[in-house]
Write a protein that binds this ligand. Structure first.
Ligand code: HEM
Length: 146
């Protein structure tokens, strides 16, 4: 669980990147798709996935980037309430494990890209303040597969 100080600094860090949720969520997805092209195989219904430029223009990628960031934002609002936090994360994890069949190694990949973007845009303190959140998310998502 998170101390009051951890909750506050994680929220502050997240607010910086969430201000531009659609752009930053899209940037995270594009980096995942270009650096780990196998992740594109889960999105066969997305059109225009051949280059980063195409993906940037894609309403499907943009919409999904926004959706992923909105889900994380909901979790960030409940860092001080483990039950509520898991109430959001567990059903999402169930869907990724059973219906979407996402290889769980990809959760670490997307979380590391979020942290990387935070560091590039807002510095090392921003990244450090959010690492515990991404660790919690990855740990719980991966545990669902066990
Ligand atoms: C769908 C969030 C990681 C692949 C979704 C949805 C959300 C979401 C909110 C929509 C769920 C719904 O409609 O009920 C997240 C979060 C992640 C994460 C918060 C980690 C921090 C991943 C990863 C992959 C992935 C790593 C694959 C590499 C998908 C796919 C869908 C989906 C294929 C369905 C998309 C569609 O049909 O339009 N995710 N996701 N997700 N996610 Fe994730």
């Amino acid at each position: 669980s998170f101390s009051e100080a951890e909750v506050q600094s994680a929220r502050g860090a997240w607010e910086k990147i969430y201000v531009d949720a659609e752009d930053n969520g899209t940037a995270v997805l594009i980096r995942m798709f270009t650096e780990h092209p196998d992740t594109k195989s889960y999105f066969t219904h997305f059109k225009g996935m051949d280059s980063a430029e195409e993906m940037k223009q894609s309403d499907q990628v943009r919409g999904h980037g926004k959706r992923v960031f909105t889900a994380i934002n909901d979790m960030v609002q409940h860092l001080d309430n483990t039950e509520a936090f898991l109430g959001i994360l567990n059903p999402l994890g169930q869907k990724h494990a059973t219906q979407l069949k996402i290889d769980p190694k990809n959760f670490r990949i997307i979380c590391d890209i979020i942290l990387q973007l935070m560091e590039e845009k807002f510095g090392g303190d921003c990244k450090a303040s959010f690492e515990k959140v991404t660790n919690e998310i990855c740990t719980h998502l991966t545990n669902i597969y066990k």
